[in-house]
Design a protein around this ligand. Sequence first.
Ligand code: MG
Ligand code: MG
Length: 258
Amino acid sequence: MIYIKTDEEVEIQRKSSLLVGKTLAEVAKIIRPGIATIELDRVAETFIRDNGAEPGFKGYGGFPATLCISVNDEVVHGIPGNRELKDGDIASIDCGTLMNGFYGDSAYTFAVGEVDKEILLLLERTKQSLYLGIEQAVVGKRVGDIGHAIQKYVEGFGYSVVRDLVGHGVGRNLHENPEVPNFGRRGSGIKLKSGMCLAIEPMINLGVKEVAQDEDGWTIRTKDAQPSAHFEHDVVVRNGKADILSTFEYIEQVLNKK
Ligand code: MG
Ligand code: MG
């Protein structure tokens, strides 16, 4: 079943989604070459708890950390650890919060130090594809319209869309129906209704679309070892224009000052 959130529920969800953006801004302040990914995780967990929420991912399906940190050819679900980020890396940082019974879920891919122009373009265009997908998250469109908009845009640059992982409904559960693929046919899939909350999250590869899971049982990486980018927002479907519940504003304020 697909939940339709009341306006009151949407406002509770917004607080949780905003906290994710604020947490990622704390990460943005300290991310740099030489920092261990576990250090970013500690800062995020402390910040979330200090703000009256719980990490949404920790313990979810057995995941051991607050953040999913996926570096370079890792697509999603990377586990923070002693690995230090290097100059020229990119790191998708995905964060979940649970606050007043509702989950926030948002992700941003950071450039670490000096990153190749070609890879910076992959980040920029993946973020742009997210907003193109969000433009389709309006009453009367279908879930396939979201994926179609994302796919058409990124494939125009020769990139590929990961098929094995998709966006999702979000609310009292981290993953709710419907699934929101980042590919699809225009006019296909379920009809979007006002009050549906969706986590839209394009995962876009520089090379082939195929991915595989590491032996840790979590980390997903590209089969050709080429980089992958990932951006995610929580949105609520509305008439004419989706309402974006999460935000990159705090993150980008920090990055622009660096
Ligand atoms: Mg996420
Ligand atoms: Mg998600």
